[in-house]
Design a protein around this ligand. Sequence first.
Ligand SMILES: Cc1cc2nc3c(=O)[nH]c(=O)nc-3n(C[C@H](O)[C@H](O)[C@H](O)COP(=O)(O)OP(=O)(O)OC[C@H]3O[C@@H](n4cnc5c(N)ncnc54)[C@H](O)[C@@H]3O)c2cc1C
Length: 510
Amino acid sequence: MRYDFIVCGAGSAGSVVAARLASNPEVNVLLIEAGGSDTQPEVMEPALWPHNLDSERDWSFTAAPNPHLNGRAIPLNMGKVLGGGSSINVMLWARGHKNDWEDFAAESSDPAWGYESVLEIYKRIEDWQGTPDPRRRGRSGRVHVQPASQPKPVALALLDAAADLDIPTFDSPNGAMMEGRGGAAINELIIRAGRRFSIYRAYVAPLLGAPNLTVLTNTLVTRLVLRGRTAIGVETLQEGGRRTVYYADREVVLSMGAVHTPKVLMQSGIGPEGELTTHGIEVIQHLPGVGRNHQDHVAFGCVFEFHEPQAIGSGGSEATLYWSSQAGMRLPDMFHCQLEFPVPSAETALRGVPEHGWTMFAGLAHPESRGSIHLSGPNPRDPVRIEANTLSHPADMGAALANIELCRELGHSRAFANLVKQESLPGPLPKEQMMNYARDAAVTYWHQSCTAKMGRDAMSVVDSSLSVYGIQGLRIADASIMPHVTSGNTMAPCVVIGERAADMLIQAHL
Ligand SMILES: Cc1cc2nc3c(=O)[nH]c(=O)nc-3n(C[C@H](O)[C@H](O)[C@H](O)COP(=O)(O)OP(=O)(O)OC[C@H]3O[C@@H](n4cnc5c(N)ncnc54)[C@H](O)[C@@H]3O)c2cc1C
């Protein structure tokens, strides 16, 4: 029951931390995961990823009903399986924009989070299979990254359509494109030999069987064990209701994602004093930022009907577009992923969906709306309440309309003429009706983050070394620590967060 390190959560970041620490045979590591095995075809076969949604591998959270979305309570999927999100996601590898990382460095006052430093980490992480770019890409890392092989005509048409609108196209969405105003490119994916190669597979699976690494599945971390203000272990609940305590001689790392990391912190007495006392939880450390600053990309599906059914390519998403609507913006404000099949929301589906079509998942790269995570009670089984507050900031509705307009322009471009029969959703609508469409269409891009942010102000939860303020022996390594959500999909940045956490733990202890 005693380990050097305990890592809670075997997702995109936790898998990295546990494997990097356990690479040293002298170090005993316990990795605890609430979900189970990742060997099902729905995980391994790229085309089957949608079948994971609402399965046993999904926490299937639901946001609180939102008046800004016509009262809708939108689903918020999150991975509950070895690999976490990296085992159920769309497999896109998106490294964030240069200025995301410069902002992380500024917020934490630590240049090690800046772009040049992170670029070196990405080079170490990646086993890049595309056009060589030695300044930016690595060839000998653990994570196999490859461009979508043989992209389908609909993906190539998107690049042509972008060029028609004077949006530049690039060989890669992860190189020069994300150092400037943006552009369009064929996606890069974590697919190896036709199979999903999750972050758990890349990092932890090669170490399975090593005597110094224990991986527990179907085990829920319920609370931290604290001695005064030092984390010394965790309480867990196993299938069948068995409670067990595990102890860490060196540190505990929380990597349970942006919903459960703040939940477990609060249930352990670390969080906003008012919220803890409401639920009768003894306050160990007042940290008002726990569960606040919740961010997520929001997407609005624009659907176009094909003339003829089309084959679906790698994972069904092969092209992407990031764009800054004004020249000189620090970060792109538009973030679109193409999906090669219709993806309406439950509400927009009622307006009519074609049998064969494609979707532009038009998203806001940097929404202004902020949400929060709350306890509904003091007990581990009390469900969390997620106030996602999507579209609550007035600026986000204007950005939504601009994004939908860009999608419509792209879809009607001559590049799609041979493929597209007609626009199915939303169609030409007057402004009020288009705003109503946006409220009905808004869905999560599945990038919940920022709920235990890194920084130096009163709302920060961790410092630049990812240590929780006021508590010894406790770090956080997952999407929670982002000060703001990165431009694009969030798995790759979580791998960087895991790598940085491992570097700092190794430096501090070994
Ligand atoms: C459907 C979907 C599609 C997505 N598509 C993409 C994509 O194509 N590209 C991309 O870059 N990003 C994508 N994302 C987002 C990306 O997968 C996540 O941002 C990323 O995995 C977050 O990493 P994390 O380490 O913060 O948490 P996670 O990867 O979510 O890992 C957290 C882990 O902790 C476990 N856990 C939670 N609570 C407990 C507890 N109490 N006790 C023990 N274990 C616990 C969870 O079961 C999970 O395994 C997608 C996400 C989803 C859900």
